[in-house]
Design a protein around this ligand. Structure first.
Ligand code: F6P
Length: 514
């Protein structure tokens, strides 16, 4: 049943009306169990949800909503390998990439062959990663890809910087803007460089343009052995061969682009942190998959977060969520999560194509703390909009610099406290209302395993809200129109033909051609 037609939705609407006077400070005063009830341990992640605008009654109603919208059935359909990406007729099985070989005993018979292929490819890709790690001549690895073929591996290589093999530099080129590729190439030598052309489809304009330019640069600089210096990561093995690439690691159409860092798209990560590290990344994600599949919904962290997202978006009217990783290595996490949430759930129709009368994906944004505190936290504390903030902090640092980490963690905790407590007794400009919501995610250490768990947690929370909203979280038709029009405008920039264009577009065309 569509979520807004369920009894639980109506009950939540009534509940939201009563909730208008909700005050976090009062909620803690009146309920000694609040922290315990709203804390959740999941593999590698501790979550404090207690500073959110929610309570036991709200969570109970949200669980009823999950039940009435068939969340569990939808989750189980994904884990059975059913084609829940219905608009593309595909299964959604990024989770299969994280299953250990021993899972062959437990997966459905239909998936045993797919799992065998996953491990054959994984073993080959990890062997290649080790070969490159041992190859002292290759000092620079350049990943050319965009969207899911860039954000995941880039985020993970940066996050795991302490595990990265010495003597190798990892570059990520995504934009069709030649300034990006040119800036990377100027420091490289062909004999020391390995290009990874990462594209699920091997047709994406940006990636193909950058790949062609990289190949032209390589040859122009005297590079000889294309076979040794280029590899492809793609589902379109034929197109990679046509491009002239001999070494290709494949994956499958049931891996969505933004869910693909666990596949061959993760090759730069494997090169950076090694085969054992990559297996730990997968194992951490797998542990979160198991938690999502088996923990009771009331104690299931992705479910609790995803339902909280629905509550905020549809009942309390909060239209965005800010992400604050208090760890500089996690600096690309907000960008990664933007694609994950907004490309998955930024949909205005349900999975059958019917327009929806309620809001879906929130706007996601953020920067690492403490930098954000000196930029936009002003608005979070005293602005007119309530923006739930999600802290991501790591208990143990890997550096030995005195004082820094305590100061970093103190700031994260203090910000969460300040948002909640405010400064209600002060007047005028010094008045902080407080009662501003936040979630605090805490990892013990930032390791391949904990990063895997953190990212799988985010994937599944996006699944949960998308399932409740009844949308297909696994297609992305909204990016197609721009691609088509860009081809047309490109031809017009070359030819100067402005026939049939609107006045604004025609004038911009004339200006850039001038
Ligand atoms: O433009 C959207 C998109 O299709 C993303 O979903 C995807 O991650 C990205 O482009 C890159 O696609 P590909 O890996 O096929 O080059």
């Amino acid at each position: 049943m569509r979520c807004d037609q369920t009894p639980a939705w109506r009950a939540l609407q009534a509940h939201a009306n009563n909730f208008q006077g909700f005050d976090l400070r009062e909620a803690f005063r009146s309920d000694a169990q609040r922290l315990a009830a709203l804390s959740q341990t999941a593999p590698h992640v501790f979550a404090d949800l207690s500073k959110n605008h929610t309570d036991a009654a709200t969570e109970a109603l949200l669980l009823a909503l999950a039940e009435q919208t068939g969340l569990v059935q939808h989750r189980d359909a994904m884990f059975r390998g059913e084609p829940i990406n219905n608009t593309e007729g595909r299964a959604v099985m990024h989770w299969l990439l994280r299953q250990p070989p021993s899972a062959a005993r437990t997966v459905r018979a239909e998936l045993v062959e797919a799992l065998a292929q996953v491990h054959t490819t994984l073993d080959a890709m990890l062997a290649y990663a080790e070969q490159i790690r041992a190859d002292a001549q290759i000092t620079d690895v350049v990943n050319i890809g965009i969207g899911g073929s860039d954000l995941g591996p880039q985020m993970a290589v940066r996050a795991l910087q302490d595990f990265v093999v010495p003597g190798k530099r990892f570059h990520f080129v995504s934009n069709v803007d030649g300034h990006e590729l040119a800036a990377v190439l100027q420091d490289l030598r062909p004999e020391n460089t390995l290009f990874l052309i990462a594209s699920k489809t091997f047709t994406t304009l940006e990636t193909m343009t950058n790949a062609r330019s990289a190949l032209a640069w390589f040859k122009a600089q005297g590079g000889l052995d294309v076979g040794r210096h280029f590899a492809a990561l793609t589902t379109n093995v034929a197109a990679a061969a046509e491009f002239g690439i001999e070494t290709t690691f494949g994956f499958w159409d049931w891996v969505g682009g933004r869910y693909s860092m666990w596949s061959a798209i993760g090759l730069p990560v494997a090169m950076a942190i090694g085969a054992a590290g990559f297996r730990q990344l997968l194992a951490g994600a797998h542990a979160m998959d198991q938690h999502f599949q088996s923990a009771p919904l009331a104690q299931n962290l992705p479910v609790r977060l995803g339902l909280l997202d629905v509550w905020y978006r549809n009942f309390l009217g909060y239209t965005s969520r800010s992400i604050a990783p208090y760890h500089s290595a996690l600096r690309r996490v907000p960008a990664y999560l933007q694609q994950l949430e907004m490309e998955s759930n930024g949909k205005r129709v349900d999975r059958h194509g019917q327009p929806l009368p309620y809001g879906t994906s929130p706007v996601l944004w953020g920067e690492p703390g403490t930098n954000g505190q000196h930029a936009y936290f002003q608005m979070l504390h005293q602005g007119t909009d309530v923006v739930p903030l999600e802290f991501i902090a790591v208990k143990k640092p890997t550096h030995r610099l005195k004082d820094h980490h305590e100061l970093l963690l103190a700031n994260a905790i203090a910000q969460a406290q300040a948002l909640m407590l405010g400064q209600p007794d002060e007047g005028g400009h010094k008045h902080f209302t407080g009662n501003r919501p936040s979630t605090f995610l805490l990892l013990d250490e930032l390791t391949p395993a904990s990063l895997g768990a953190l990212i799988a947690l985010q994937e599944h929370r996006v699944f949960v809200s998308g399932a409740v909203w009844g949308i297909n979280s696994f297609d992305q038709w909204g990016v197609e129109l721009g691609k088509v029009l860009a081809r047309d405008i490109h031809a017009r920039i070359v030819s100067g033909d402005a026939a049939g264009l609107d006045a604004s577009t025609a004038a911009l065309l004339a200006r850039v051609r001038d």
